[in-house]
Write a protein that binds this ligand. Structure first.
Ligand code: PGA
Length: 252
């Protein structure tokens, strides 16, 4: 972590939590949100956004969605738009998660269009990139990451409306975390690519999160790396004590 970039710890709840559990989880996290040294964000499923916002909207806890369409409205059955997400009280949206890329065929161009639409709505786009195990084994990690960075990030992005999440696909939900050194190597590469695509100032100020089996036990070592500015947390964000322990690891 660097002193100049405020860390972000974001919880990606994925397709989990019914109303009662989701509200209880959000309330427990919100109760500590003012006490941590980072921007704390939760991204519940779309069904809970309005009610979570009503419950914790006045606290320091940020609220995000897990995807959005690139249009504001129209005949797109099953989709939700950046305007709707904003209307539900969100300030963030996760885009290009590997589960969206894999199960919904999202391309870099799709992710870029969605990010542009989200940024126009004053949402912070959390743009995910990451290589598969086969790509890593083939020695293609840096090439894959470079392509995703160039293709997925709108060229007029700012460091205020953009957060990058590096999530090696082989580490997501598997319990297999990238070692701090492996993660740092890719984060450093991402920052270099950001500099060549959007300039040195953008690269220096933009937060790059690590995601993939981040837990209370490995968070401080990952967060201690120079180019790791926080975490995008899946499984461990469903338990308020674990999620808050990761947020507290930021200041250690
Ligand atoms: P995980 O998920 O923490 O459960 O590995 C991370 C993510 O997919 O964002």
């Amino acid at each position: 972590m660097s002193q100049s970039r405020r860390p972000v710890i974001a919880g990606n709840w994925k397709m989990n939590c019914l109303r009662a559990d989701g509200l209880a989880l959000a309330e427990a996290v919100a109760a500590q949100a003012g006490q941590v040294d980072c921007d704390l964000v939760i991204c519940p499923p779309a069904t809970l956004l309005h009610s979570v916002h009503e419950l914790v909207g006045e606290t320091a806890l940020g609220l995000g969605a897990q995807d959005c369409h690139y249009k504001d409205s129209g005949a797109f059955t099953g989709n939700i738009s950046p305007t709707m997400i904003k209307d539900a009280g969100c300030s963030y949206v996760i885009l290009g998660h590997s589960e969206r890329r894999e199960y919904h065929g999202e391309t870099d161009a799709d992710v870029q269009a969605k990010a542009k639409a989200a940024q126009q709505e004053d949402l912070v786009a959390i743009i995910c990139v990451g290589e598969t195990e086969a790509q890593r084994d083939a020695g293609d990690t840096m090439t894959v990451i470079s392509e995703q960075i160039k293709g997925s990030i709108p060229t007029d992005s700012t460091s205020e409306n953009t957060v990058i999440a590096y999530e090696p696909v082989w580490a997501i939900g598997t319990g297999r975390t990238a070692s701090p050194e492996e993660a740092q190597e890719v984060h450093q590469h991402i920052r270099k690519e950001l500099a060549s695509a959007l300039g040195e100032d953008f690269a220096a100020a933009t937060r790059i999160l690590y995601g993939g089996s981040m837990k209370p036990g490995n968070a401080s070592d990952l967060l201690a790396q120079a180019d790791i500015d926080g975490g995008l947390i899946g499984g461990a964000s469903l338990n308020s004590a674990d999620f808050l322990a990761i947020a507290n690891a930021v200041s250690k």
